[in-house]
Design a binder for this molecule. Structure first.
Ligand code: LLP
Length: 421
């Protein structure tokens, strides 16, 4: 459930009419709902209770500091994968002991930053990374808490570009080698082993792959404990999928996921960490755009929007489906028309949808892409020198611009001319 509903014939974000935001910030823009973000976060905490747990929001899905502060104020932890994300979490006021650091290629500078600023744990993904972290921690006179990310060789049954738990993927260490790797970790002077980490992919629409992975983690926990390691935390990753097409998709709910966690690893006495991104932020955001032209092509009609692939890349990158709805609610049983929905960028790949059945739309009309909160604004670029889309946060009847649209001067001034020109 989200808080983007029609009231009096107009799409609202909570109690704010979308056209009122468009009048202030122009189009296109992203808009996020505080109530939806908070609700989704709470669904996870409720689903995991009474197990000791920390829900670490995967910042990569939506990293605006105002959004992080909204979740951080509710007690959320953060899952970060770069120095920039770490600094965002800190800027949002999240204490280091609620930040976990994931990622296959953490640099020594990033390790130093997190060790000096405070960190709950590093999820290390390889032996060279483990050795580097031990060196950095020792040089700073501290000990780095770690979980080793294991690759359970489980098929997440999702898009191949976002599946991470198969042995051919670059992530984690093979679970079969865990004993060896943990033994080395225990010997390294700068590390303290605290747990096990696993993340098998994103946009999972079934529970079985999670179940397979978590059962392997449960076995591994028992084995590593028998080998003398103090495994007190399990980081079970993110990945729970969301319904993108409201009509026909029903992925499992956080309650089902929570029950699965309790069933598979709940008796181990470990503190549970999870790293959901999309389920918290995805349906908490819309991308709002305006129809620039309706163009009648050969046997098809194009709806040309002022938003493009640089603003929301998921359809062109993964062939992803996003529901597109008119901001003015169409009357019941009004006629529809098939459109190819496209942006102005000079590539055929700049297509959001083909043959999409939509109400009759005309130049100047506003439309909204649903489920655009996750991996939307964060993956945007300035391709075609199109300014990054502004972000707006709604809370009840209030809204605020949380990232302004850059001016063309700001964009042009970032380029500098070398002395010989
Ligand atoms: N933890 C780790 C270690 C991850 O790599 C990811 C996502 C998450 C947590 C959060 O997963 P989520 O709960 O959001 O599924 N750009 C793609 C998705 C890439 C996901 C990358 N890793 C998309 O637009 O679908």
């Amino acid at each position: 459930m989200d808080h983007f509903l029609y009231h009096n014939g107009t799409l609202h974000a909570e109690d704010v009419a979308i056209p009122d935001i468009a009048a202030v910030v122009g189009t296109p823009f992203y808009v996020y709902s505080t109530a939806t973000l908070s609700r989704h976060y709470r669904l996870f905490t409720e689903a995991l209770s009474p197990l000791p747990h920390l829900v670490c929001f995967a910042i990569k899905s939506l990293s605006n500091v105002a959004v992080l502060k909204t979740l951080g104020n509710l007690g959320a932890g953060m899952d970060v994968v770069s120095a920039g994300e770490y600094l965002r979490a800190k800027a949002a006021g999240v204490p280091g002991d609620r930040i976990v650091f994931s990622g296959v290629g953490k640099t020594r500078e990033e390790m130093r930053l997190a060790l000096t600023g405070g960190i709950r744990q590093f999820n290390v993904e390889s032996e060279p990374e483990m050795r580097a972290l031990s060196e950095v921690a020792t040089s700073l006179g501290v000990t780095a808490p770690i979980a080793v990310r294991v690759n359970p060789d489980v098929d997440a049954r999702t898009h191949e570009k976002i599946a991470t738990g198969k042995k051919e993927n670059k992530f984690g260490i093979p679970i079969a080698r865990a004993s060896e790797v943990y033994a080395e970790a225990a010997r390294l002077p700068g590390l303290q082993v605290v747990g096990i980490d696993v993340h098998i992919g994103s946009q999972l629409t079934e529970l079985e792959p999670f179940e397979q992975a978590y059962l392997k983690v449960a076995d591994l926990t028992r084995r590593l404990r028998a080998e003398g390691h103090a495994i007190t935390r399990l980081d079970l990753g993110g990945g729970l999928g969301i319904p993108y097409a409201r009509s026909n998709e029903a992925p499992p709910l956080p309650t089902d996921y929570g029950a699965l966690i309790k069933r598979t690893v709940g008796d181990l006495g470990c503190e549970i960490e999870i790293e959901p991104g999309r389920l918290i932020s995805g349906n908490a955001g819309l991308l709002v755009a305006r129809v620039v032209y309706v163009k009648n092509g050969e046997g098809r009609d194009f709806l040309i929007l002022d938003a493009a692939m640089n603003d929301l890349v998921r359809p062109s990158m993964y062939g992803a489906h996003h529901d597109i709805v008119p901001v003015a609610e169409p009357p019941v049983a009004s006629p529809t028309q098939e459109f190819d929905v496209v942006g102005p960028v000079c590539e055929t790949g700049d297509t959001f949808a083909k043959g999409r059945d939509l109400p009759l739309l005309a130049e100047g009309d506003l439309v909204a892409f649903r489920s655009a909160g996750a991996y939307g604004a964060v993956m945007a670029s300035e391709y075609n020198t199109r300014p990054l889309v502004p972000e707006v946060l709604v809370n009840g009847d209030q809204f605020a611009v949380i990232r302004a649209r850059p001016s063309f001067d700001e964009i042009l001034n970032r380029d500098t001319i070398p002395p010989w020109l």
